[in-house]
Design a protein around this ligand. Structure first.
Ligand code: NDP
Ligand code: PYC
Length: 339
């Protein structure tokens, strides 16, 4: 019977960092990656928690990432920050651009961070929360590998293409949503495959285009977008705004570059930061009050805000330790001692 073990955050950070270093990552990359995967585990986002270190390992072993890449930041005009990740993993590139993005958003009201040539495997909400912590609203988009068919089609074109948004609230937690534009994230499909379980209906088709709930069959066929033509259009927008707009690969090019290696996608990411004070021309608490009344009218009817499950998990983890299944813990330990 699988069971969970519980660990203090510092223990998992040290383990994840040691595993990354053992895999060959520079200390800066190992640390940046440890932060995001442990945050995912802490918030019970299992598709983007410690499990993602297995993707990191696969990507390194396939030779599809530069383990010691040093991101290079440049600025165009006052509000476009570019960070070239030099084919390293994305978390360090984001850390590199964050201070300049915050400063440019403060100065101009709106600023963009375009990350180019990164290898990407993370959830987007850690980046969104890094911006809401500065009192900024934020939007992030990134393609992935072409696994998802357009509405009305059967051939994969889009990535799972997440869209994440955040709004700064008074108190410890912002308003944040963060979701794949596919009906299910690839990470969750992988977890179903590992567990030998079926997907919910409507997530994919087999190689003949027939509806399927089998992860392996869908991997041979195509995943589907959420919301039919609406998800399909949003996925297209992500390909354009975090692909062509920033002069980087789309999900088809990322998958072609992968050439069957099973590595994390390689492409760009677009992150926009908005200063509500500049747009609203009022003090932040006044603007936040307007937002709070919207949130109240959602919650008063028993509906929940996105990320509340995640924040509740964060509180539980702070009290009881971070839960990790015994099997996954053993796999991460094995990475730390791998040759
Ligand atoms: P989910 O469908 O699990 O959740 C999407 C969002 O909706 C979350 O903010 C979630 O909050 C919220 N939510 C869920 N249920 C409700 C509800 N009943 N009422 C209100 N809000 C709700 O996300 P996905 O599986 O689509 O994506 C998971 C992660 O995968 C994301 O973090 C995403 O960034 C990542 N991803 C990354 C990719 C990449 O290329 N790097 C590609 C695709 C996905 P809560 O978490 O609190 O439940
Ligand atoms: O879960 O779809 C996903 C995903 C793709 C890249 C990183 N996560």
């Amino acid at each position: 019977m699988p069971h969970d073990l519980y660990f203090p955050q510092d223990h998992l950070l040290a383990l994840a960092q040691a595993a990354g270093t053992q895999l060959g990552l520079s200390p800066a990359h190992a640390q940046a990656i440890a932060q995001v995967v442990v945050a995912g585990q802490r918030d019970e986002c299992h598709s983007h928690g410690l499990y993602r270190l297995l993707t990191v390992a696969q990507t390194i072993r396939a030779g599809k990432v530069r383990c010691d890449a040093v991101p290079v930041m440049t600025q165009r005009g006052r509000s476009i920050i570019r960070v070239d990740a030099q084919f390293g993993f994305s978390p360090l590139a984001f850390e590199t651009g964050l201070p300049a993005l915050v400063a440019a958003a403060r100065e101009n009201g709106l600023a963009a961070l375009a990350i180019n040539h990164c290898v990407h495997f993370t959830a987007l909400w850690p980046e969104i929360e890094a911006l809401t912590a500065h009192g900024l609203a934020a939007l992030a988009l990134t393609p992935s590998h072409a696994w998802v068919a357009p509405a009305g089609g059967k051939q994969p074109v889009f990535g799972t293409n997440p869209i994440a948004f955040g709004w700064p609230r008074p108190g410890p937690y912002p308003y944040v949503f963060d979701f794949a534009t596919s009906a299910i994230a690839r990470g969750d499909l992988e977890l179903h495959r590992r567990a030998g379980t079926q997907l919910p209906a409507g997530c994919g088709v087999d190689a003949q285009g027939a509806p399927s709930r089998d992860p392996l069959e869908i991997m041979q066929g195509a995943m589907l977008t959420f919301g039919g033509h609406k998800g399909s259009a949003l996925a297209t927008m992500v390909e354009l705004m975090a692909g062509a707009l920033i002069g980087d690969w789309n999900s088809q090019q990322s998958l072609a570059h992968d050439a069957g290696a099973g590595a994390a996608p390689a492409h760009g990411e677009l992150i926009l930061a908005f200063d509500p004070v500049a747009f609203g021309n009022r003090p932040l608490p006044e603007l936040q009050q307007m937002a709070e009344s919207l949130f109240s009218s959602i919650e008063v009817q028993g509906a929940r805000l996105p990320s509340q499950r995640r924040f509740a998990a964060r509180e539980r983890s702070a009290q009881a330790g971070i839960a990790v299944s015994a099997g996954l813990y053993a796999e991460i330990q094995a990475l730390r001692s791998s040759p």
